[in-house]
Design a protein around this ligand. Structure first.
Ligand SMILES: Nc1ncnc2c1ncn2[C@@H]1O[C@H](COP(=O)(O)OP(=O)(O)OP(=O)(O)O)[C@@H](O)[C@H]1O
Ligand SMILES: [Mg+2]
Ligand SMILES: [Zn+2]
Length: 325
């Protein structure tokens, strides 16, 4: 899985801290209870002795079952005694127990060698935040993308049905490499950004590292890196992520200023990712012709040669929504 590496490192560290904190708290409470509850320490010493006996019985072999059953009864008696002592002194019976946020993995993040649901959830939340469109994904996703807005024209409807199916399949079948690239092309308000956001959300939920950026934002980041003297880490967006994230979404290509520098940045990202077989989704308002006259051939030939072109159709949904209000 391609979880964002920085998030992964940070969350693993947070889990390790959580685990350590739980242990330290239990240790502190035990010290406190031993000092305050007469007989508790002795009961605990006895309990650990019983634990040792179980181990010994197992390693000695022979009729271990009967032996262990006997020791287990003694263990339960001692546990009951310990609870009683604690309660009598005004403590809850589980006061000195290790208390984890997630009992399934004891806050280690893994259970039986596989990543626990609790850690996966944390990674997804962090993935949304580092994708650049956390808010958008809450509002624009597959659940509320409807074909109704295209239904006044059967041809448009069929085109958009195909666009939706293709995007949906792309998101659900996405893998780190070799998933191909998409170009969302079409007029304003037809759902290009909405569908990009939907794909991003689904792909993040499936455990991949997604980065969403407007073409202008991408250029600004490269400019800052160039003029900021090398390794840029200003607002947290490292341009390296444009090359190594699992899925890059570049929205609104054509809305940025175009010059030699910006074209070379775009070329770099597009070409490197093609070579690495890492996917990009590009959205644009420009037509094929406009793209060709605006960008160098080495860019457009790559896009039109290697990307699946999804031409959006219909009438401005932004307007349709306004007129419904
Ligand atoms: N099929 C749809 N179902 C529900 N809402 C939609 C749909 N298509 C678009 N919308 C909504 O209409 C608005 C405009 O859509 P969106 O921003 O995706 O258009 P766009 O194609 O990216 O336009 P632009 O080219 O201007 O960036 C958004 O609020 C979006 O949620
Ligand atoms: Mg848009
Ligand atoms: Zn867990």
């Amino acid at each position: 899985m391609g979880y964002n590496k920085e998030n992964f490192r940070r969350i693993r560290e947070a889990f390790a801290t959580k685990y350590r904190t739980a242990r330290e708290r239990a240790d502190r409470r035990l010290e406190e209870a031993w000092a305050a509850v007469p007989g508790l320490r002795e009961a605990d010493i006895e309990l650990s002795r019983v634990g040792l006996e179980i181990m010994k019985a197992i390693s000695a072999g022979g009729d271990t079952a009967a032996m262990i059953a006997k020791i287990r009864v003694r263990n339960e008696e001692l546990q009951a005694k310990r609870s009683k002592l604690l309660r009598a002194a005004g403590y809850p019976a589980d006061y000195t127990d290790l208390q984890y946020d997630c009992p399934a993995c004891c806050d280690s993040g893994y259970a039986d060698g596989v990543m626990c649901e609790c850690m996966r959830r944390e990674l997804i939340i962090a993935g949304c935040e580092s994708s650049g469109i956390a808010q958008l994904m809450r509002e624009q996703n597959f659940d509320n993308f409807t074909l109704d807005y295209y239904s006044s024209n059967i041809k448009h409807y069929e085109i958009m049905e195909n666009v939706l199916t293709t995007a949906f399949r792309f998101a659900n079948g996405f893998s780190e490499v070799g998933s191909g690239n998409l170009l969302f092309i079409g007029g304003t308000g037809l759902g290009k950004t909405h569908l990009s956001s939907a794909v991003a959300k689904r792909v993040i939920e499936r455990g991949f590292d997604v980065l969403y950026v407007s073409a202008q934002g991408l250029i600004s980041d490269f400019e800052r890196e160039r003029f900021g003297g090398g390794s840029y880490s200003g607002d947290g967006r490292d341009v390296g992520r444009y090359f190594y994230c699992d899925l890059l979404i570049v929205d609104d290509l054509g809305a940025e200023v175009t010059n030699q520098f910006t074209v070379s940045c775009l070329y770099n990202v597009i070409n490197t990712r093609l070579n690495l077989r890492k996917s990009i989704i590009i959205s644009t308002n420009l037509s094929k012709k406009e793209l060709e006259s605006r960008y160098a051939e080495r860019i457009t030939s790559r896009i039109f040669g290697e990307y699946k072109i999804l031409a959006f159709a219909g009438t401005d949904v932004r307007r349709q929504k306004l007129s419904q209000k």
